[in-house]
Design a binder for this molecule. Structure first.
Ligand SMILES: Nc1ncnc2c1ncn2[C@@H]1O[C@H](COP(=O)(O)OP(=O)(O)OP(=O)(O)O)[C@@H](O)[C@H]1O
Length: 638
């Protein structure tokens, strides 16, 4: 439709349309109608404001055009900033700090997480047991259904202004577009904080504060890292933070006091900074290794955890029976260890390390215990799996990190190669054994020892059995404290007596501390019940063990039979194949010679070859040939 015709219709009184309106109407249909309506009903003449609007629009355009480059220039020359990626632990530190800041909690646009580190869960494994009750931004309550999830608030993607020590800082959360596409948005996330000025001192102070806050949070915890298959790192295994546990006091590990003290003294001496210099001055590799051996469930892992907690070291656990334990994988893991840490190599008797270096493919060393489990067949030391020499190279090769404390555990010390446990690799050997009388008593005491916070529960349990007075409400006065002290002494005395009675019922050197602990935990509120159940438990556990042994022996026998059958079948198959091949070759030879014969046009009697098969074939061939010749001649006749 022609806009001019349209315009004349809108101005019926013959007024000449303003050419500016005509033009605007052309680009924004209905504009003139809108302005005339504004004029008629509100008395506003848009004609007057149009130049102003155009000027604002123009200025805005110019500002947005120049502000980007101006801001980039300011950012480049007048500001300091740092960036943090999700694949580094500093991300967790910074996020914790950010989540505790006021601007983060008051932010209108925010991300809410139940696990503060979940955005880097592919690095730290979700650390789902890390949620700290006291750390949450929201009050947490624990009921019988478990702790309610804590909510953590952090500013969402984009730029956020906040104040730190009186200075304005910009916190920016964005996605790095340059990173690999298959990563999810959260994996590509980057954080940056910038401040005005060319001196980054303020930013470094902030980072230090964040680090301190993070370390303080885990102060009384042992951080546990485990090897994980490396899908996020192009196939190479990497250390994954798997959990954090409250530090285990050394006193809770039942072992000879002298042995514990020796271990602490040795580790303390090794970790002393002066010792490091001592090693360096003499050119000795700064490493220390311990071997803990004994039956399963006797406290090897517990002692390692206690040691890590005591010296505030992170613990890095690798199980050599896991599928990740390849030579390349372990090399990569060991070269990525921090300088001061505890490495726990579990089950070193498995994984093809049982044969000696001199005979890399020899059969495993004789097993003193015929019932002990066989090492997994996957780790045979070949095909990229771990071999003994490979492990030795990893432990003290050039790539291996100095400053670490290595603990190896095994259930079968007799299976280990001497090279693996020679001084320099293993500097202290700690034996663990099944529970004797003293150990059983200690386990009993450890389970039922009264703690101040639990005294009423323990007293209730003991009181109900022994007829002592009923527990009273906790009153925080001196009299109450005295009464508690008396009750504590009474209970301890009684537990002492019960522990002796209990240990008398448990045969020595037959059950592991873990097994005994299992029984006591079933009756954790009632030591008398545990005492009562002990006899039956011994009988039942013996029976169960025997059954298990029989089942395992049966399973092994069946497996062996199956393997033998398989081997036999394979051998027979091979034999048949080789026989078949010989016959075929001979058959082909015979056929060839028969063909050559028929090619000589002279009909001859088939020659005897002396072999049945060929004999039977040859007359048939001759017959066929005769038939063919006959039919040919008939055809010729027709
Ligand atoms: N000597 C001990 N002192 C205190 N607790 C123990 C002891 N031995 C076993 N336990 C308890 O038994 C459980 C298993 O112990 P732990 O994992 O340390 O045994 P382990 O020797 O490392 O076993 P495995 O060889 O199967 O790895 C833990 O709960 C631990 O508290």
């Amino acid at each position: 439709m022609d806009p001019f015709i349209n315009m004349s219709a809108q101005f019926p009184n013959g007024a000449v349309p303003n050419p500016r309106f005509v033009l605007l109407d052309y680009f924004f249909p209905g504009f003139s109608m809108f302005t005339s309506a504004l004029h008629t009903y509100l008395g506003i003449d848009l004609n007057f404001y149009i130049p102003l609007l155009v000027a604002i629009f123009g200025l805005n355009f110019v500002w947005s055009y120049f502000s980007t480059s101006a801001w980039a220039w300011i950012d480049e020359y007048l500001m300091s900033s740092f960036r943090v990626r999700t694949d580094d632990e500093i991300y967790n530190m910074l996020m914790l700090w950010i989540s505790r800041q006021k601007f983060s909690q008051n932010s209108r646009r925010f991300l809410v997480n139940t696990d503060l580190y979940s955005r880097s869960s592919y690095i730290w494994g979700g650390s789902n047991d890390d949620s700290d009750d006291e750390d949450g931004d929201e009050e947490i309550s624990v009921d019988i259904l478990g702790p309610k999830q804590t909510l953590h608030y952090t500013p969402s993607f984009g730029s956020h202004l906040f104040w730190y020590k009186g200075w304005p800082l910009f916190f920016e959360r964005h996605q790095n577009q340059q990173q690999i596409n298959f990563q999810s948005a959260s994996e590509r996330e980057e954080l940056s904080i910038s401040c005005f000025g060319r001196n980054p001192r303020l930013l470094k102070e902030l980072l230090l504060e964040a680090r301190q806050m993070y370390l303080k949070k885990d102060e009384r915890k042992t951080l546990i890292y485990r090897s994980s298959s490396g899908s996020a790192y192009g196939g190479e295994p990497y250390w994954q933070r798997s959990m954090s546990r409250p530090n285990r006091p050394f006193s809770t590990v039942i072992l000879s006091e002298k042995m514990k003290q020796d271990l602490i003294d040795d580790a303390a001496d090794y970790l002393n900074p002066a010792t490091r210099r001592w090693y360096a001055n003499r050119g000795i590799p700064y490493r220390r290794g311990y071997l803990l051996y004994g039956p399963p469930g006797t406290g090897k892992s517990s002692l390692s955890l206690a040691l890590a907690g005591y010296f505030r070291m992170k613990i890095y656990i690798v199980s050599l029976s896991s599928i990740n334990a390849t030579e390349e994988g372990l090399t990569s893991l060991f070269s990525n260890l921090p300088t001061r840490c505890l490495v726990l190599l579990e089950d070193i008797d498995t994984a093809g390390l049982t044969h000696t270096r001199e005979e890399p493919d020899a059969t495993p060393a004789p097993d003193s215990n015929p019932n002990s489990p066989k090492p997994p067949s996957t780790n045979t030391g070949s095909g990229g799996r771990l071999s003994l020499s490979g492990l030795l190279n990893i432990l003290d090769g050039v790539a291996s990190q100095e400053g670490r404390l290595l603990i190896m555990t095994t259930n079968h010390i007799d299976k280990l190669d001497k090279a693996l446990i020679r001084p320099g690799r293993v500097d202290m050997i700690v034996p663990f054994s099944l529970a004797d009388k003293t150990m059983t008593e200690s386990i009993f005491r450890a389970i039922y020892a009264p703690f101040e916070s639990e005294i009423s529960a323990t007293e209730l349990a003991l009181g109900s059995k022994s007829g002592t007075s009923t527990p009273k409400r906790i009153e925080p006065d001196e009299e109450a404290k005295e009464r508690w002290a008396r009750q504590h002494a009474e209970i301890s005395q009684r537990i002492e007596v019960l522990s002796v009675q209990f240990s008398a019922k448990i045969p020595e050197h037959e059950f592991s501390p873990a097994e005994i602990q299992g029984l006591l935990l079933k009756h954790k509120r009632s030591p008398d019940d545990a005492l009562e159940a002990a006899d039956d438990w011994v009988i039942q556990t013996r029976k169960d063990k025997k059954e298990k042994e029989v089942q395992e022996a049966e399973k092994r026998r069946k497996e062996q039979e199956e393997e033998e059958k398989k081997a036999k079948a394979e051998e027979e198959q091979k034999k048949k194949e080789s026989e078949g091949n010989t016959a075929k070759t001979e058959g082909v030879d015979q056929k060839k010679s028969a063909e050559t014969k028929s090619a000589d046009d002279t009909p001859k009697e088939p020659q005897s070859t002396g072999e049945g098969e060929v004999k039977a074939e040859t007359p048939e061939v001759a017959k066929d040939e005769k038939k063919n010749t006959a039919s040919d001649s008939e055809y010729e006749r027709v």
